[in-house]
Write a protein that binds this ligand. Structure first.
Ligand code: AHR
Length: 662
């Protein structure tokens, strides 16, 4: 039997598709931890796409709450004497509605909101309704608020109701709580003048939130969706995009300053995903700014992730515009100020202009921002030209902040090479690479970083997901290819310092992009196989890489193609060696793990998890993976009291995480 030793960069069988393999051995040199793994290695990328924010993570249940969509009553049904006015109390959201007195005792004046794919409420849960209102001078008006089920057969369609007495002719905030008697998925919120008073009332910023949000913040986020994020243990949180940072036009680019301060006065802007794909139009997709930069920083802190904001570099989306739509180089001042002021907003003390705004919003302590990305997927010589003044100013005034530049939308090619050169010359700290590719690309590219220059900026794999040919939703095969690819990121943790899967969320009722990590509707959260892969990496990140090589005994047995992908790390604080093995073939493969230079260390404990595809669930479901403990017994593995070598039968199409505590 011939023995061939490959560095692990040559995944098993890579150059020998018809070669027979009997035995695979992973040699792990545990005496020689190589590189520290960045504490930001595994994270997530959030963008308001697929109704990820409004209609998703942001727990507001009322669509177009400020009447600021171009058709001010979009999302609303008006009945009776309703008129829209534009001299409201909030300068950046000037519209409001007058509910005028009904003309007849048997008529009503009111509004009904359809919510995001229905106003969905649960029996026994408490919801906070609020609005701004004023009555005509000298009069008092009564508003009735209802949560109703328009589809019910029962004569009682009202599941919760309350009354608001508007006594003042000044704009004032009113709030009540509602507790429905039934659970309704496709409900509505109704608001109307109560008889017999029938006095005209002006209403603005009509809002409904569950009282129980994540950490019970009033302008809060959906608890179940944040929980799914929290359970992922993301080490870095990239926001708010993506393409929404660029905007289809300069005017609708994401501007963080419009998303902080009182929520009522954050301007509504169109979401570019409303019309990006003509086959997936979403005419009611707008950004309320309710989930803004303060909330993003707070969320990052509460899920234990480093915040990583992305700012506009003075350029619009290059897919949709010509070069003359960008800001001229000599008019970049406001864009650069946005970056400088953001650092002050996040880190400045409470005596600074922006630090005091953060404090007024409830967070006097700094958010400890360490990274900033300037530009999303930009390209051409103009990107470096735009970025240069940002880098110069940021380096001069904030050398403590790491700057991330972009390598554009493609992971290779002339433009990619040019961007890398430009970013190297500008000496940015990290370069953001994006790859939405098929499974072959992901497997082939598990060795991508083995040969990357160690002298250039570090890599941020800022957006990636395997788009399996012929499968539109997430599927197991894609998740496995992602895991194989991620072993390559991990082995090269000296050059790859962070990686964020994308996109993060998708609303099952209306999405623009798939696959996505977490799907949801108003009541449910559906995680995916890719989610499990991300979670397994993030919760087994380790502190240092360990050198790993693969050797194979080539026999005449079964035929395997590219099959085994692996990486090994040690987590020094917990004295744990963690080995990740991905078998992408449809055969079980015995893999021997040889712990070279084990010296005298004793293995105290062995645990493992293996992810396989559950046979009971058919392809096409969002989640088909099942995770089980590895069946290992110490006495089988340990020879003479010390472990040196062990053999695992790696299941067909599996991802194994093995943890050895020494
Ligand atoms: O993740 C979806 C989109 O893909 C992002 O907005 C953009 O950066 C990329 O093209």
């Amino acid at each position: 039997m011939r023995k061939i030793v490959y560095p692990v960069i040559m995944a098993l069988g890579l150059y020998a598709p018809f070669m027979s393999v009997a035995q695979t051995t992973l040699h792990i040199d545990i005496s020689n931890p190589r590189t520290d793994i960045s504490s930001t290695m595994w994270g997530v990328f959030f963008e308001d796409i697929n109704y990820g924010a409004d209609g998703g993570l942001y727990a507001e249940m009322i669509k177009n709450r400020s009447f600021e969509f171009p058709q001010p009553l979009m999302g609303w049904k008006a009945f009776g004497n309703v008129s829209v006015k534009t001299d409201g109390p909030f300068g950046r959201n000037p519209h409001y509605v007058t509910l005028g007195a009904a003309s007849h005792p048997h008529k009503h004046t009111g509004l009904e909101n359809e919510g995001f794919f229905g106003v969905s409420f649960k029996q026994g849960e408490t919801y906070r309704f609020s609005l701004y209102a004023r009555a005509a001078a000298g009069s008092t008006g009564n508003l009735r608020v209802e949560l109703a089920d328009p589809a019910t057969d029962s004569s009682d369609a009202i599941e919760a109701s309350g009354k608001i007495v508007v006594e003042s002719s000044e704009w004032k905030k009113y709030s009540i709580t509602l507790t429905p008697e039934e659970t309704v998925n496709n409900g509505v919120l109704r608001l109307f003048l109560e008889k017999p008073d029938n006095t005209a009332i002006d209403v603005e910023h009509i809002s409904l939130f569950p009282v129980e949000t994540w950490n019970n913040h009033e302008n809060g986020l959906r608890k179940d969706l944040v929980r799914a994020l929290y359970d992922l243990h993301p080490a870095v949180f990239r926001f708010p995009g993506g393409c929404i940072v660029e905007g289809t036009e300069m005017s609708d680019r994401y501007q963080w300053k419009n998303t902080v301060g009182p929520v009522e006065n954050r301007p509504t802007i169109p979401n570019r995903w409303q019309y990006t794909f003509p086959h997936r139009l979403a005419p009611d997709y707008y950004q309320s700014g309710g989930l803004g930069f303060y909330e993003y920083f707070l969320l990052s802190e509460e899920i234990g992730a480093e915040p990583l904001p992305v700012l506009n570099v003075g350029m619009v989306c290059q897919y949709q515009n010509s070069a003359d739509a960008h800001a001229a180089i000599d008019s970049l001042r406001p864009f650069i100020d946005d970056a400088l002021d953001l650092i002050e907003f996040a880190n400045g003390d409470t005596t600074t202009e922006w630090g005091s705004i953060r404090a007024d919003m409830g967070h006097p302590a700094p958010f400890n921002l360490k990274y900033i990305a300037i530009g999303n997927e930009q390209w051409g010589a103009e990107y470096a030209e735009h970025l240069r003044p940002f880098v110069n100013e940021l380096r001069a005034s904030h050398p403590e902040i790491a700057i991330i530049g972009s390598a554009g939308p493609s992971p290779d090619g002339e433009e990619f090479d040019r961007l890398w050169n430009d970013m190297s010359k500008l000496k940015v700290d990290l370069v953001d690479e994006h790859y939405y590719k098929d499974e072959k690309w992901f497997l082939d590219n598990s060795t991508r970083y083995d040969s990357y220059s160690r002298k250039r900026p570090k890599v941020f794999a800022g957006e990636y997901a395997c788009h399996v040919k012929g499968h539109e939703y997430n599927n197991y095969e894609g998740a496995l290819a992602e895991a194989a690819f991620m072993t390559g990121l991990e082995r090269n943790a000296d050059v790859v310092r962070m990686a964020t899967y994308a996109p993060l969320f998708a609303n099952k009722n209306s999405w623009q992009w798939r696959p996505d990590l977490i799907w949801f509707d108003n009541f449910n959260v559906m995680t995916t196989d890719s989610y499990e892969v991300q979670r397994l990496f993030a919760t087994n990140a380790g502190s240092h890489t360990l050198p790993l090589t693969i050797s194979r005994d080539v026999g005449t047995g079964l035929v395997y193609n590219d099959s085994i992908y692996a990486s090994a790390v040690v987590d020094k604080p917990t004295s744990t060696i963690i080995v990740k093995i991905v078998n992408v073939s449809d055969k079980n493969i015995p893999v021997t793990i040889s712990l070279d230079n084990l010296s005298r260390k004793e293995i105290k404990d062995i645990q493992g998890t293996v992810m396989t595809q559950s046979s009971s669930i058919t392809d096409g479901s969002l989640k088909t993976a099942s995770l089980n403990p590895l069946n290992l017994t110490m006495d089988k593995i340990i020879k003479k009291g010390k472990l040196r070598e062990m053999t695992l039968n790696c299941n067909a199409r599996s991802f194994t995480v093995l943890k050895l505590r020494y």
